[in-house]
Design a protein around this ligand. Structure first.
Ligand SMILES: Cc1ncc(COP(=O)(O)O)c(C=O)c1O
Length: 365
């Protein structure tokens, strides 16, 4: 089957996708958590529909372009990304006519911007105040700052304060001895912030959190957390494998690549460089190379240039020939998908893979 695809190509195993979706859906059901998957991983309405079929209550996006794609299959969208500029404000306010639109923000400027455009288009935008719980990327810095922003949001027309969001991207996987302490620290911060909201009679029906590395520990953020937003879990990658969250078997997205040269001793070269695999290292195993080759597990992808992957096969007992095909698991699947116009989806081992348009690909606005 993989012999017929134009390489490099992303091949997606439908059975593994469904198994990944079913596993997390079961966990969320067991713990009474809403699931709002981040669609930046697949950027496609096909996989979004599957996530909704497996119990997702809404979808997360980072980009207005993704919102427009996901709006075709879901009417409850959360933009977990601060929309501070007029162009994003205008587009989101327009979408809010027909869809429930929420945005996570950490500044008064973003609130003013969204209020202005929602008023201009006679729509209402829900707001989750972004709280920095340790990643130090975005988010109000202290509970008192979150309160001040929530009060500001409440005073503005055409905005509806819906609660809080946080992204625990600094929290390592369950295999790390520090995960428990990191979760407890976040929980304390959430508790202090929600206490302040309560004291000032500010509503917080939604507390949105979650990431792939913490997905099966999300219940430890209860009773505060109401929904989680993992993205990578639908496909998995070497980051999630080395983090101990899954096995290679659970990686649903694989890159089929052709061996284009074996001219240099102890090396073979693949047609998948940074424009396919990206430069992302594996977070939990930074020295593991630029991905894993299923057929040559002892070979290491040591160097990438735009269109070439150089593989050191000195430790490998077997070697490929030019023209052979190999199967790669990338370190980080999300940016790889964003580099492809189409991925190839195989719903079961007996059916041929068919092209699936990645509609949100390249939509960076
Ligand atoms: C704000 C936000 N929420 C959720 C996610 C999804 O997390 P993960 O990549 O761990 O699946 C991300 C990932 O970048 C994010 O930035």
């Amino acid at each position: 089957m993989i012999q017929t695809l134009p390489t490099p190509a992303i091949l997606i195993d439908g059975e593994k996708v469904r198994a990944n979706l079913a596993r997390l859906a079961g966990y969320c059901k067991e713990h009474d958590l809403n699931l709002r998957p981040h669609t930046k991983t697949h950027k496609s309405s096909f996989f979004a529909r599957l996530q909704l079929e497996y119990g997702a209550t809404g979808l997360t996006i980072a980009k207005v372009g993704e919102a427009q794609v996901m709006a075709t299959v879901c009417n409850d969208l959360f933009m977990a990304y601060p929309a501070v500029d007029p162009l994003r404000g205008r587009e989101l306010a327009q979408l809010a006519h027909t869809h429930t639109i929420r945005v996570g923000i950490d500044s008064k400027e973003a609130a003013d911007n969204l209020s202005h455009f929602a008023q201009a288009s006679s729509s209402t935008i829900g707001i989750l105040v972004d709280l920095d719980v340790g990643l130090h990327r975005t988010g109000t810095q202290f509970p008192a700052d979150a309160l001040a922003l929530a009060q500001h949001v409440s005073s503005l027309p055409h905005l509806r304060l819906d609660g809080l969001m946080f992204y625990p991207g600094h929290i390592p996987s369950p295999s790390s001895p520090t995960q428990g302490a990191a979760i407890s620290a976040v929980k304390e911060l959430l508790s202090q912030t929600l206490d302040l909201f309560d004291k000032h009679s500010l509503p917080h029906p939604i507390l949105s959190g979650g990431s792939t590395p913490t997905m099966y520990q999300s219940h430890l953020f209860q009773p505060f957390i109401t929904e989680i937003r993992p993205g990578t879990y639908i496909f998995n990658d070497m980051n999630t494998v080395y983090a101990g969250l899954c096995t290679i078997h659970d990686c649903a997205a694989r890159i089929i690549s052709t061996v284009i040269s074996t001219a240099v001793a102890n090396q073979f070269v693949l047609d998948a460089g940074t424009k396919t695999l990206t430069s992302d290292r594996c977070g939990p195993a930074p020295d593991s190379g630029h991905g894993h080759i299923l057929e040559y597990p002892l070979a290491k992808i040591v160097k990438l240039t735009e269109e070439h992957a150089q593989v050191d096969c000195s430790l490998s007992p077997t070697r490929p020939s030019p023209g052979d095909r190999v199967t790669l698991i990338p370190n980080h699947i999300c940016p790889c998908v964003n580099l492809q116009d189409y991925v190839y989806y195989q719903s079961n081992p007996d059916s041929p893979p068919g092209p699936l348009h990645v509609e949100g690909r390249g939509k960076v606005f």
